[in-house]
Design a protein around this ligand. Structure first.
Ligand code: LFR
Length: 489
């Protein structure tokens, strides 16, 4: 029989890719076959995702993957899809009613209080264990003028529906809606009733490894993929797939930072932590693959950098030069609060950062970052502030759980940012193990390979495959710069 290959469709807030994954000699090999940009699109005064565009890119990628598999003489065993969380499309009689709202749209501002009048913040957290983010699905749903008779599908489930015609809701991503009971991982009837939502709005839950359905005949024919190719549920929440692919050794107490548009900073636990202290610290209990709990905080992330580049009209190819300049830039102590929701919306990011960044001067007064500050100064301020926010989040996670991590695994695009990795090691005092960059796609492929019986079962087994497959760079904490001797200069 032909060797198996798996197609991972991995779409983030700023780009998407279609990747062919194969296992050989106990390692995964990834080949990126198609890359495309993604961005929030303003439409009639609100922010949306362009599903038509993503659908078309997905089909292009599938066609390229089918052709590549033929060249290699391998058989596509399945397709898996992951994207960001929280956002959904609404359907009536199987027809998508419009492009999904993007979570950075501020529309929920006016409904948050009314939702909390139906279920208090305290009660909500005791049930769903979710950190408060203004864009959580429950608040978005409260903005919908009408839900009666409609089905909602989260973005990866919507894309799977477009490929297969099957409507299912994958459970790791479902946990970000705010409608699940964190203790059971099932939809909470109590919450649905309190919020006046039809418990069937999202329909049947499926777990990673289960099948949505097979490719629609027209899609199989159009892309050249075999009829009957299944679309398998993976950790369809990108963060669930990324944390699955943390190359941690069994038995080590590790923290992770899934570093992309967002930085998701936290610990992996067996059971949710639902007390008042966790709620007040705004820690979330999201579900991972194999019913793990990701106890984490959302920190602003590389969005701050991506949006600054956009303001400066610089492409991603300018990033290496800019990071070099930021590394050489002498830190002047200017900081922003990378956790702050003031940076959620798109637009003139560098200006907003310059305005917000400051430090206490010797007389205790607030000194702003020079409004004319060079890009290098702004970038340095962003990365220093992120590292500071990571350290704060991990200290809090330790206080709340008693787990003391001995190392930090950084996965995703940000693992390539060596200045950020070094600053993270410095700020936390912990060694940072950076990589793999494509953790999300690896997690996606591994769940498919496990479903096909090609890799063994446990999370530890899958992580061992990752550790064998991809290089990791280690950063050790350095003494703060001001304590360095003159001889180091
Ligand atoms: C990361 C991520 C985060 C989620 C945010 C919004 O890509 O999925 O986990 O909080 O995007 O969906």
């Amino acid at each position: 029989p032909a060797r198996h290959a798996y197609i991972a469709i991995d779409i983030g807030a700023s780009s998407g890719r279609v990747i062919l994954g194969q296992l050989a000699a106990g390692r995964v090999e990834l080949e990126v076959l198609h890359r495309f940009p993604n961005a929030v699109v303003p439409q009639g005064g609100s922010l949306h995702w362009d599903i038509g565009f993503l659908h078309a890119q997905m089909l292009t990628g599938l066609g390229l993957a089918a052709a590549r598999a033929r060249d290699l003489g391998v058989e596509i065993a399945s397709i898996g899809i992951d994207t960001w969380a929280v956002d959904y499309g609404l359907l009536r009689d199987g027809e998508l009613l419009g492009d999904p709202f993007a979570y950075r749209d501020p529309r929920t501002e006016n409904v948050i209080e009314s939702v909390h009048r139906l279920v208090s913040r305290e009660q909500l957290y005791r049930i769903n264990g979710l950190q408060f983010l203004p864009f959580n699905t429950i608040y978005q749903l409260a903005c919908e003028p009408e839900l009666r008779g409609l089905r909602a599908l989260l973005v990866p489930d919507l894309l799977a529906y477009l490929l297969t015609g099957a409507m299912r809701t994958e459970e790791t991503n479902a946990s970000t809606t705010g409608l699940l009971d964190a203790a059971t991982g099932r939809f909470s009837g109590q919450l649905a009733a309190a919020l006046g939502l039809d418990p069937g709005l999202f329909g049947e839950l499926i777990a990673p490894g289960q099948v949505y359905g097979q490719l629609l005949p027209g899609i199989a024919a159009g892309t050249g993929l075999g009829p009957g190719t299944p679309v398998v549920a993976v950790g369809s929440h990108d963060t669930a797939s990324a944390v699955l692919a943390v190359p941690a050794e069994p038995g080590t107490d590790f923290a992770y930072i899934s570093s992309g548009t967002w930085s998701l900073v936290g610990l992996e636990l067996d059971a949710p932590v639902l007390g008042d202290a966790a709620r007040e610290a705004n820690f979330t209990n999201e579900r991972g693959v194999d019913s793990t709990i990701r106890f984490l905080r959302n920190v602003g992330g590389l969005w701050l950098l991506q949006e600054s580049l956009r303001q400066w009209q610089l492409g991603a190819d300018s990033l290496p030069g800019l990071l070099k300049a930021a590394t050489a830039w002498e830190d002047n102590g200017a900081r922003i609060d990378a956790d702050s929701q003031e940076f959620l919306a798109p637009g003139s990011m560098a200006d907003r950062i310059r305005a917000a960044a400051g430090r206490r001067g010797p007389d205790g007064a607030w000194v702003h970052l020079d409004p004319g500050a060079e890009p290098a100064a702004v970038v340095r301020c962003i990365l220093e502030s992120l590292a500071q926010a990571y350290a704060r989040a991990l200290r809090t996670a330790t206080e709340l759980t008693g787990c003391v991590p001995e190392r930090i695994h950084v996965v995703g695009g940000g693992s390539q940012n060596s200045l950020l990795c070094q600053l993270t090691a410095n700020a936390t005092g912990l060694p940072v193990f950076a990589g793999p960059v494509e953790a999300t796609a690896l997690g996606n492929v591994l769940v498919q390979a496990r479903a096909a019986g090609e890799v063994p079962g446990t999370l530890g087994d899958l992580r061992a495959v990752v550790a064998r497959s991809m290089p990791v760079t280690e950063y050790l904490p350095a003494a703060p710069a001001r304590h360095r001797g003159a001889g180091d200069a």
